[in-house]
Design a binder for this molecule. Sequence first.
Ligand SMILES: O=P(O)(O)OC[C@H]1O[C@](O)(CO)[C@@H](O)[C@@H]1O
Length: 242
Amino acid sequence: MNVAIFSTAEEASREVARRIAGAVNRRPDGVLGLATGGTPVKAYQALIGMYRDGKVDFSKIRTFNLDEYIGLPADHPQSFRHFMDQQLFQSINVDPERTFVPDGLASDVAQACSQYEAMIRDAGGIDLQLLGIGHNGHIAFNEPGSAADSRTRQVALTDETIENNARFFESIDQVPRHAITMGIGTILEAREIVLLALGEGKAEAVKKMVHGPITEQHPASLLRRHRNVTAVLDAAAARRLA
Ligand SMILES: O=P(O)(O)OC[C@H]1O[C@](O)(CO)[C@@H](O)[C@@H]1O
């Protein structure tokens, strides 16, 4: 695992934007794997800035998001589809028809999950996958205990994740208890992985990811099995590293 440390969240986010733009420029009709949460917001803003400056063209790109809450319609303010539209897609020239987020309202979730896997495969696989990290080491919604070879599926969120994500909802009762997530096996098939972690609250999870045992109990540690993964950190998230 490569580790790149920047003094501020802004610099780390700009680095992530540069890496995403680099992947798009190398393969303009390629495939991006995208993430939601508080962490990537600044990186998406930097990417929008690069698009406006004419440094990157998304017109032929396809995107697949990591996860979605079960039970939220696409236009719900806290759905990950809504987040992506607001934070990125509406401000760049990506074709909305080529942006994919798991369907949180699918009537047959298992079938929707295998179809999502098939769509990623048919697109030629993911060139660059962006990730965040949960306080408990989760990547996407693969909570501790998720199998290293897991695929896109329905999962139950841990109480800790529900509590952490309650800040985005009016009350904790409104946080969905289940989600669809790409699996760890799915994520590890991406040709390049960039994990962004910001702030002191992530320092312990980052330390276990980099220095701890490679274990399904800390899903992010499994990324060390991948040949081309970079953790982009601000100084606060990196402060417990050796
Ligand atoms: O960036 P945040 O809001 O700290 O979230 C961290 C992680 O949690 C998730 O949002 C899922 O809870 C991931 O997609 C994200 O990487």
